[in-house]
Write a protein of this length. Structure first.
Length: 176
């Protein structure tokens, strides 16, 4: 199958502007640089180290989402999402996305598009152009969203739109 296509714009361009900016960093890759091989689905399936700073006063929790907008399906592909990360959690070590990981009181790992509640590694089709993996962190003014682990990633993002204090992202690339 020929996977040639025009890739979509960066997904952050389609989000409403956030009141403030978070700085998101990784010890494992630079912004717009390649993810480590171990972040791939068949090569360790290890989520990269992430940290963020610049949360405004009043931050009570974070929402983290890793999304591949370049997957050859409608709407892209979500690889990882954690809702309700406590305000004092501002970094995650490599491998934090493993199944069953506890991130603190109130934090919930949501089901990704693989159908699992963990980090699903980068998995662009072999021969496809490099895919972008966008790690986005939202600082929220609430730790009580009323949502639980059965919530879809899209619903978590939509339901917290009115609670966003700041947002930041870091983009990695991966190819087979």
């Amino acid at each position: 199958m020929d996977l040639s296509r025009t890739l979509p714009p960066h997904p952050i361009e389609h989000l409403p502007a956030a009141p403030a900016q978070l700085q998101v960093h990784s010890e494992d890759f630079e912004d717009n640089g390649p993810l480590p091989k171990s972040a791939g689905f068949g090569f360790g399936n290890t989520s990269p180290q992430l940290s963020w700073s610049g949360a405004p006063e009043g931050t009570k929790s974070y929402l983290l989402v890793c999304h591949d907008p370049d997957a050859p399906v409608l709407g892209g592909f979500t690889h990882w999402a954690v809702m309700g990360l406590p305000a004092d959690v501002t970094s995650l070590p490599a491998g934090a996305g493993e199944f069953g990981r506890h991130f603190g009181e109130g934090a919930v790992t949501l089901e990704n598009d693989f159908g699992t509640k963990d980090y699903g590694g980068a998995a662009p089709p072999e021969g496809d152009a490099p895919h972008r993996y966008v790690f986005t962190v939202w600082a929220l003014d609430t730790d009580r969203t009323g949502l639980d682990g059965s919530t879809s990633v899209a619903k978590a993002q939509f339901s917290t739109l009115g609670n966003v204090l700041a947002r930041g992202h870091l983009t990695g690339t991966y190819e087979q």
